[in-house]
Design a protein. Sequence first.
Length: 451
Amino acid sequence: MNVLKNGFLVLPEGVFCGDLVLDGTKIIQVGGTYEARIDDNVIDVTGKYVFPGFIDAHTHMQCWTGMDWTADSFETGTRAAACGGTTTIVDYATQDKGMTLPEALDEWHKRADGTCTANYAFHMAIADWNEQTKADMQAMRDAGVMSFKTYFAYDHLRLDDAQTLEVLEYIRDIDGVLCVHCENGTLVNELQRRMLAAGITGPEGHPMSRPAACEAEAISRLCYLAELADARINIVHLSSALGLEAVRAAKARGKVKMDVETCPQYLLLDDSRYLESDFEGAKYVMSPPLRKPHDIEVLRRAVCDGEIDTIATDHCSFNLHGQKDRGIDDFTHIPNGGPGVEHRPGLIMTSFENRLGVQDFARLMSEGPARVFGMYPRKGVLRVGSDADVTVWDPSVTWTISEKNQHQNVDYTPYEGFEVHGRPAYVFVNGELAVVDGEPTGVKPGAYVKR
Ligand code: URP
Ligand code: ZN
Ligand code: ZN
């Protein structure tokens, strides 16, 4: 047994001092005092917080995104995730045009199986909505995929409104959830054309061509479609105050079943970053783009007021040198996305330390994603019988994020120089000790999570 002695156990009912006992891949005791035996592995975690392992429900590992391959593989990405305290990712398996959904799922299993330090589940992104795809939806559900994604932007991926409505109806029938990339792609294309015509070719053209109105309009449209179909939706990577207004309007109508995700970049970084010299602004080219300080303030308040259900990263890493710099003469050729899977727990716990408590962190980064994406209570809670995914957080350590000390396989971090309060002292994945003091032990206990 692994015995974590005398920690602050972060439970939905409160924070209690006691022992947590892991037997193989499961939790067998939560709280109280455990009488250790000679062959037990006892770790004193006095003064440390014991969280259910954090879950990042939005990543893109080892993925072709239309312009390039992401820099992190499942191997490097899940190792980095675990080093930061994340024990499960939910990655976007993506159907290319001409591919069936089972083919796409097989392909993602080939990329991930046997290589992962953290657990992994898959959403399925649908790019080719045809008769075969419709016929394969139930097979996805049977294979453990209960969440799907469609896009309103990106020409190689996006579906039109009629197709989106039909996807929603299928998803309702299999009791799934549809995650949607909410940006109006037609508008984005037109605004990009206007920027380039006006001679704006640098990274600053990226946010100018994707204003918050593009997000808000798409969110509003999606909510009406979901109401028509009576299907559950997930608004991913919410980035703007205007987008939040669209969410609130839909919630006020009271008809839509909806959860809302945002990401650290939209809670911490503003659009002045696009003006960094020497093309460094390209580091922040992700969609939706970074917004104004006012948006950050509004979204942070929404997190504190319980309007946001989950915080994920949208980890989609590209190197600045050799990948993003292909767009040096035209910002529309900069691969979209940024890294974050390693740093989310530290960033969120530090930047909200005076506004949220440890139970809130567990809710937003573990319990919430487990509930929304069909993993609760197997994951997302410290409970007898739940999986032995545990993050022991040492609040006494202060350290600084840098490209030099990260495990993400990418040549920068958007959070360079950010001072973090706290670090994972121990991370267990399926009962195996995967990380000590923020460094990997070298094991790869990550398993596929059938949901
Ligand atoms: O820029 C981003 N976010 N790239 C990843 C794909 C997506 O839109 O989620
Ligand atoms: Zn997206
Ligand atoms: Zn994404």
